[in-house]
Design a protein around this ligand. Structure first.
Ligand SMILES: CC(C)(COP(=O)(O)OP(=O)(O)OC[C@H]1O[C@@H](n2cnc3c(N)ncnc32)[C@H](O)[C@@H]1OP(=O)(O)O)[C@@H](O)C(=O)NCCC(=O)NCCS
Length: 243
């Protein structure tokens, strides 16, 4: 067993900066939890390493190489495919140059970040297909939405919409309006996986929501809630829909 002194000596020898130490600690914790496709430890690593809040049960195929913008909030039970990218600001187009010299303090001209950065909120149960790009005007992707592989998302995405293409357009909705409303009412994503699996009749109802969803709605509220579940600030219903 390596003692704390040995670790500190090693750090001193390699003259690791605090950031390098943090990064190695995160990599170490990640390696320990590598076997599970999802775990709270993994999501904590993503938060510390990338500044992205991943909700209960949510995971990224890219793991620690996730490229969602810093500050992004991802709901529960989301699947983020490989190569997904999002941006939280455009380079300014109203200055004489779009170069970071005018907004990035690292360039030495300004003392603080000069860009207005948005916070992207991704709802619960969202599946984002491989290599899709989410542009800075997008603030919300609704619960249950699907983003097709290679899509370029330019506007907010309504709940349960399937959006694909460049620019992203709605191909269809996954369910009828009333089923979507019922699914939103269940808030099943606020339940732990264990409680869902224990109540198989409810899980099966979600699997085939056209059947008896209404009878299941009151039951979900009694399920065990995960600690630290993502609570979105605003409503996930959208004012502006992709036409
Ligand atoms: C979006 C998606 C879920 C739709 O699947 P689907 O409902 O079975 O849709 P279909 O294959 O029936 O396609 C319907 C139409 O949308 C088009 N389409 C489907 N996916 C598309 C995409 N990603 N980009 C552009 N157009 C797409 C099809 O060409 C078809 O057009 P048409 O009606 O003119 O022929 C699927 O195509 C997709 O992109 N999946 C993502 C896979 C992925 O990235 N996995 C990563 C692992 S996490």
């Amino acid at each position: 067993m390596i003692s704390l002194t040995a670790i500190l000596l090693r750090i001193a020898r390699h003259r690791l900066s605090p950031n390098a130490i943090k990064s190695r600690a995160i990599q170490f914790a990640w390696t320990l939890s590598k076997k599970s496709f999802w775990s709270p430890v993994k999501n904590q690593c993503i938060l510390l390493h990338k500044g992205v809040s991943m909700g209960y049960g949510s995971y990224s195929s890219d793991g620690l190489n996730l490229r969602l913008a810093n500050g992004t909030i991802v709901g529960n039970y989301c699947s983020i495919g490989p190569g997904v990218v999002s941006f939280n600001a455009n380079h300014p187009d109203h200055f004489f140059t779009t170069h970071p010299i005018l907004y990035n303090p690292k360039c030495g001209h300004v003392t603080s970040d000069q860009l207005d950065r948005i916070t992207l909120e991704i709802g619960h149960d969202v599946w984002i297909g491989a290599n899709s790009i989410i542009l800075p005007k997008v603030k919300r992707i609704g619960n249950g939405a699907i983003i097709g592989a290679g899509a370029v998302i330019t506007k907010d995405v309504p709940p349960y919409a399937v959006v694909a293409g460049n620019p992203g357009k709605i191909l269809k909705y996954r369910f009828s309006e009333s089923t979507i409303a019922d699914l939103e009412k269940t808030k099943w994503w606020d339940s732990t996986m264990e409680s869902l699996k224990k109540n198989t009749h409810c899980l099966n109802t979600i699997a085939s929501p056209v059947h008896n969803l209404k009878t299941a709605i009151p039951q979900y509220s009694n399920f065990e809630k995960p600690a630290n579940t993502i609570r979105h600030q605003g409503t996930m219903h959208l004012d502006e829909k992709i036409k």
